[in-house]
Design a protein around this ligand. Structure first.
Ligand code: CUA
Length: 185
């Protein structure tokens, strides 16, 4: 009988211990999510926008001539891009430093990842939906933009680049182009 009571006590103690550990893990994850949200400005997008992946190339916002970076009247820029097996269009995105950048992107086939290193840009491109993310790059730099969601046999070769140039150089580009990329450079 005493042996039985002892093992019940031990079991209760172990349960409490594991209960504390799992609550600790949950609290740590909640803290991480809150910290990243506040510190890096990573937020879910405010509304869901859909797009038909079968007609992306025929009409609408994501036709090829509309992809790349557009200068907006309010001084910000909008980048439009597509992910497809196994590349991004455009492959090289050019944006001005110290400027609000709104990225709008979608997928033409399967789910791809969209991440720009050393920035708050980290999202997925889901066929049928437009991913929108707002960011700002403090200074001229070059960054890699890997697909970080497994999307098929060629996934590991799916990379793009972001080129952040100074505002004056960007204004010069914008003076004679409606949509800018750095693909040819
Ligand atoms: Cu596209 Cu992985």
């Amino acid at each position: 009988m005493t042996e039985h009571a002892d093992s019940a006590t031990v079991a209760a103690r172990m349960e409490r211990r594991w209960g504390t550990v799992s609550i600790g893990i949950i609290l740590a994850l909640v803290f991480m999510a809150a910290y990243i949200g506040v510190h890096q400005g990573v937020m879910p997008q405010p509304r869901v926008e859909t797009v038909d992946p079968r007609t992306l190339h025929i009409a609408g916002e994501f036709i090829e001539s509309n992809l790349g970076t557009a200068a907006e009247p309010d001084g910000s820029v909008t980048v439009r891009a597509i992910g497809q097996q196994y590349s991004f269009t455009p492959q090289c995105i050019v944006v001005p430093a110290d400027t609000q950048v709104t990225i709008r992107a979608t997928s033409a086939d399967v789910i791809h990842g969209f991440l720009i290193e050393h920035s708050n840009v980290n999202t997925m491109l889901v066929p049928g939906y437009i991913s929108t993310i707002v960011t700002r790059f403090p200074a001229p730099s070059e960054r890699l933009m890997p697909c970080h969601e497994f999307c098929g046999a060629g996934h590991e070769g799916m990379w793009g680049r972001i080129k952040v140039i100074n505002k004056a150089a960007f204004a010069k580009l914008a003076a004679d182009q409606r949509r800018m990329t750095c693909v040819a450079q």
